[in-house]
Design a protein around this ligand. Structure first.
Ligand code: IMP
Ligand code: MG
Length: 183
C-alpha cells in the first residue's frame, strides 16, 4: 500500500489503497461475478451514496447482462460514529421477486446496515441474494453477514475517497485514504 499523503480541502489525507490497486481488485471481483452468473441476469443493487463509483467501475467488468437499481439508507447522519439506526431514504424502483440480487456496498463496518438490507430484501422473495463489498473494516463484530465478494480488509480507521465521504466531502478522491490526524 502507498504511503503518500495529499492535502484535500485543507486536510491531510493518507493513501491507504491506490487507484491502481482499486481497479485491479474491481476487475478481479467482476471476473468472479461473470463466472458465477454465467447463465443468469443479475440485478445489481447499489447502496447510495457511497457505492456509486464502485458500482460504475465493477459493472463494466461484469460481462453478463445486468440491470440496476439503487437504494439509499442512512445510518450515520453526518457523524463518524454509527447511530445504530438504519433508515431507508430511497427505496428500489424495481420488483426483485424471483431475481438474482447482488448488493453492491462500499464498506462494512459494524455490519448493521448490511444486516438490515439483507433482511429487508429477503422479505421481497428474490431468487438469491449475494453481497459484493469493496471494503471490510477490521472491527470486532457482533453481527456477521455472509459477504461472497469482498475487496479489501482494512484497518479500523475512518476512510474516504472512491465514493466514501466524511460529511459528504472527499467522495471524488480517486483512492481510498484516511485523515491523518483523525482515526
Ligand atoms: P455499518 O452499518 O456500521 O456496517 O456501516 C456501514 C455504512 O457506514 C457504510 O455503508 C458507509 O456508508 C458508512 N461507513 C462506515 N465506515 C465508514 C468509513 O470509514 N468511511 C465512510 N463511510 C463509512
Ligand atoms: Mg456513507
Amino acid at each position: 500500500m502507498d504511503e503518500n499523503s495529499i492535502i484535500a480541502d485543507g486536510v491531510k489525507i493518507k493513501v491507504l489503497i491506490t487507484r491502481d490497486e482499486l481497479l485491479g481488485k474491481v476487475k478481479e471481483l467482476g471476473e468472479r461475478i461473470t463466472r458465477d452468473y454465467k447463465d443468469r441476469r443479475p440485478i445489481l443493487i447499489a447502496i447510495l451514496r457511497g457505492s456509486f463509483i464502485f458500482v460504475a467501475d465493477i459493472c463494466r467488468e461484469i460481462k453478463v447482462p445486468v440491470i440496476f437499481d439503487f437504494m439509499a439508507v442512512s445510518s450515520y447522519g453526518n457523524s463518524r460514529a454509527t447511530s445504530g439506526v438504519v433508515r431507508i431514504t430511497k427505496d428500489l424502483d424495481l420488483n426483485i421477486e424471483g431475481k438474482d440480487v447482488i448488493i453492491i456496498e462500499d464498506i462494512v463496518d459494524s455490519g448493521r446496515t448490511l444486516n438490515y438490507l439483507i433482511k429487508n430484501l429477503e422479505a421481497r422473495n428474490p431468487r438469491s441474494i449475494e453481497v459484493c463489498a469493496l471494503l471490510d473494516k477490521d472491527v470486532p463484530r457482533k453481527i456477521k453477514n455472509k459477504i461472497k465478494y469482498m475487496g479489501f480488509k482494512i484497518p479500523n480507521k475512518f476512510v474516504v475517497g472512491y465514493g466514501l465521504d466524511l460529511a459528504e466531502k472527499y467522495r471524488n478522491l480517486p483512492f481510498i485514504g484516511y485523515i491523518e490526524n483523525g482515526s
